[in-house]
Design a protein around this ligand. Sequence first.
Ligand SMILES: CC(C)(COP(=O)(O)OP(=O)(O)OC[C@H]1O[C@@H](n2cnc3c(N)ncnc32)[C@H](O)[C@@H]1OP(=O)(O)O)[C@@H](O)C(=O)NCCC(=O)NCCS
Length: 118
Amino acid sequence: MTVSQLRRTIATPGLLAYTLIDSDAGDEPLGHVELVTVPTTGTEPRLARVLLAPAVRGRGWAARLVALALEEARAQGLRSLALTVIATNEAAIRTYTKLGFVIVDHPRPDALAMRLDL
Ligand SMILES: CC(C)(COP(=O)(O)OP(=O)(O)OC[C@H]1O[C@@H](n2cnc3c(N)ncnc32)[C@H](O)[C@@H]1OP(=O)(O)O)[C@@H](O)C(=O)NCCC(=O)NCCS
């Protein structure tokens, strides 16, 4: 994700973005998580675009970023969060499971729906 894409994302109503930046290494985003509090489709608030730059993977940064989004969701009084993940994405599924998400559906052969009661 580029800085200009990030700026557009941040300007979207009902969407909060958490971005990981190494302040010693410039302003290039290294990680990103979106909390969609006012979904335009579907029925539940959700997490979206959870991603880390390859250079910073394997150190648990995704869980830390997602935890910030969960804190905000709770502070806003949201009751649950949904997300969709590719069924073979072990690192992502483990990240979400550790934070309390459970698999609730298998909407496509290659995808899992997960949900967290906040
Ligand atoms: C998914 C992603 C955000 C996870 O980032 P991360 O914080 O670096 O995750 P980690 O590599 O620390 O792994 C998280 C957990 O999964 C475990 N894990 C990683 N790969 C695994 C595998 N192949 N099988 C089983 N467990 C695995 C890790 O051991 C770790 O568990 P632990 O915390 O109990 O030690 C990152 O890999 C990424 O950006 N991937 C590309 C984008 C993407 O797929 N986003 C998810 C969209 S839903």
